[in-house]
Design a protein around this ligand. Structure first.
Ligand SMILES: Cc1cc2nc3c(=O)[nH]c(=O)nc-3n(C[C@H](O)[C@H](O)[C@H](O)COP(=O)(O)O)c2cc1C
Length: 217
């Protein structure tokens, strides 16, 4: 299923789908960039501006950390985890053999994109559309995920490797302090990126037949 390549009207559609396939999780990274910092910023700014949000609520926010600032983020995560180990709240062996090398691998990248959602800004619209009130928070998170996906795909398109992390709420307070982030911005994900030094791991797929149906073709 899905193996025959159809003809698209716009060749850019084929390119787009190729980029979708090329986006993978890369854990092995080095602190080099194939493009200028301005080009990275351009990708992120376009994502912020043009990724849709429900009722155009524009709830996604981003902080881009490059080079030393990126390293500071992962130092924060390492220090917090070390604190948990020292307090007996996390097993030392697990930290030394697994968690610390993993965090250091993130630190070895070129940058991290921090993705935030401002749920507080939804108060008015929740009142205005009371029947949808419980939908707005998940919609905001879905919109944020779309931005994460676009930035991930575009960075891979430019020769970066990237991986998506979730160290919230562990790092939230220190991130807020360190980069003066408004309290209303709730951290969701951290996209780590750098020049790949290894391939992504092999990926297996559940048969498409189990995940897709079409009617009326
Ligand atoms: C919503 C979401 C959350 C994820 N969270 C993490 C995470 O916390 N840590 C991590 O290493 N990878 C995370 N991943 C990456 C997935 O494990 C990865 O995308 C998946 O195994 C498919 O591999 P691929 O990215 O190479 O296509 C996440 C991916 C998605 C879409």
């Amino acid at each position: 299923m899905g193996s025959i390549q159809p003809k698209f009207k716009n060749p850019a559609t084929t390119t787009l789908l190729e980029l979708v396939k090329a986006r993978r999780t890369y854990y092995s990274l080095k602190p080099e960039s194939p493009i200028s910092d301005e080009a990275i910023e351009h990708i992120i700014q376009d994502a912020i501006l043009h990724v849709p949000s429900s009722f155009n609520t524009q709830t996604s926010h981003v902080v881009l950390l490059l080079k030393e600032e990126h390293q500071k983020l992962w130092d924060i995560a390492i220090n917090i985890m070390e604190g948990l180990v020292a307090a007996g709240k996390a097993p030392k062996e697990m930290f030394e053999n697994h968690t610390k090398p993993k965090l250091n691998a993130f630190r070895a990248g070129y940058g991290t994109v921090l993705f935030f959602v401002n749920y507080e800004s939804l108060a008015a619209i929740k009142e205005q559309f009371a029947t949808y009130a419980d939908k707005f928070d998940p919609f905001a998170l879905e919109s944020n995920a779309m931005s994460q996906y676009l930035v991930w795909t575009a960075l891979c398109s430019e020769g970066f490797g990237a991986n998506l992390q979730h160290y919230s709420p562990l790092i939230d307070e220190q991130v807020q302090k360190m980069w003066n982030v408004p309290a209303s911005w709730k951290l969701d994900a951290q996209l780590v990126f750098g020049t790949p030094t290894g391939d992504p791991s092999e990926k297996t797929f559940v048969p498409l037949e189990d995940r897709y149906k079409v009617f009326g073709k």
